[in-house]
Design a protein around this ligand. Structure first.
Ligand SMILES: NC(=O)c1ccc[n+]([C@@H]2O[C@H](COP(=O)([O-])OP(=O)(O)OC[C@H]3O[C@@H](n4cnc5c(N)ncnc54)[C@H](OP(=O)(O)O)[C@@H]3O)[C@@H](O)[C@H]2O)c1
Length: 344
């Protein structure tokens, strides 16, 4: 590193580690997207790293390699507790101990029984350990989907929809293309490029003929394409864009959201982009972990709402969610919600 950057607090160094972890989100399966930063005893950043694709190096090892001898006596900041087991790579705690860092600061405890125990190993070797720094930010951010997967064994489902400000997801004639702005669409394409699968119902395929691919601003295909999943009993015409060669497609002939989720247990990050029928079925089944709503400043009125029946007969039984992010994309609002009182 030519120009070492200085960090003046634990939070600042962890924020840098978080930034690096975001850069590899979607590329590390089955490993978590982790970021690491090594700071020398003078507070200068001397190495950064983020998890490589499966079989590659872990974040700490890359950051230590870049720091070289400057890591000795310094502090390692990692978004996840360093692992303590031999997988495809040796335990990261070994590398930290060998590099003679004086302290390891991490955000989130490793929930994985096999890889966990890193903190104890480090302490036993005389390395100071501090945990929980920006833990909520990491758990709700870069590691959200991976933590859900480790804890439940199921993929994390984000229901994404675009609606007018009056909650309509299509005009009265069924047309829904371009409700959201170009800025929202590029945001969505970036989100798709890190997802493992996109799920829609046959209704969306038949109404809109979407390609369901991740594209760059110039229209070219992103390097990484999510699996496309179509749910429902009806036949899809062979010329449908969702069946083109741009990515793989799975058709699941069911109406049971849990069957869909089970068919995707080898995935971590699933985007539900279906219409109101499928969205309602997933919400009724409690199978949505996050909502991502692109809300456009337009009114459409009419009968096609963002979601059909969600199984709420009266206001006291409303499904309660809370906002965990409110952003802008061009003229639109991007609302992120998680179940009320929980991480989903
Ligand atoms: N603005 C947005 O974000 C957005 C996104 C997507 C779609 N849309 C709009 O939504 C409209 C299409 O709505 P849609 O509701 O037909 O789309 P959909 O929810 O994607 O597909 C509905 C189909 O899903 C299948 N399905 C799967 N599980 C089901 C269950 N538990 N119960 C009932 N059906 C189930 C059924 O297919 P079978 O009948 O084949 O069994 C059903 O007809 C279009 O106008 C489209 O433009 C808007």
């Amino acid at each position: 590193m030519n120009q070492p950057q200085s960090v003046d607090s634990l939070d600042a160094a962890m924020r840098l580690a978080i930034e690096h972890s975001y850069q590899v989100k979607g590329t590390t399966y089955p490993n978590p997207p982790v970021g690491a930063v090594i700071v020398d005893p003078q507070g200068r950043v001397v190495g950064v790293g983020a998890t490589e694709p499966a079989g590659g190096e872990h974040a700490e090892v890359l950051a230590l390699r870049r720091a070289g001898g400057l890591a000795a006596g310094g502090i390692a900041f990692v978004t996840l507790e360093p692992c303590n087991h031999y997988g495809k790579t040796p335990p990261c705690v070994n590398a930290l101990i060998e590099a003679r860092v004086s302290m390891v600061v991490y955000a989130v405890d490793d929930p994985n029984a096999i890889a966990g125990g890193g903190a104890g190993r480090l302490q036993a070797a005389g390395v100071q350990v501090r945990s929980g720094v920006l833990a909520d930010q990491v758990a709700a951010g870069p590691l959200r989907e991976w933590l859900h997967k480790v804890r439940t064994g199921l993929p994390h489902v984000t229901w994404k929809y675009a609606s007018s400000v009056d909650g309509r997801s299509a005009a009265a004639d069924g047309s829904s293309r371009w409700i959201s702005s170009e800025a929202s669409r590029s945001d969505l394409h970036r989100r798709r490029a890190i997802a493992d699968a996109i799920v829609v119902g046959t209704g969306t395929v038949l109404a809109d003929d979407p390609a369901l691919t991740a594209r760059r601003g110039d229209g070219s295909l992103a390097d990484r394409q999510p699996l496309r999943v179509v749910v429902g009993m009806r036949e899809i015409p062979p010329e449908a864009k969702v069946l083109n060669d741009d990515s793989r497609t799975m058709v699941i002939r069911t109406h049971d959201p849990m069957e869909v989720i089970k068919a995707l247990t080898d995935r971590t990050d699933v985007l539900l982009e279906g219409g109101p029928t499928l969205a309602g079925a997933f919400l009724r089944a409690g199978a949505v972990n996050r909502i991502l709503a692109y809300v456009a400043p337009m009114l459409l009125g009419g009968p096609i709402t963002a979601v059909d029946d969600v199984g709420v007969p009266t206001i006291a039984r409303a499904l309660r969610w809370q906002f965990d992010g409110i952003d802008r994309a061009g003229p639109d609002l991007v609302l992120s919600l998680v179940p009320h009182g929980g991480q989903g």
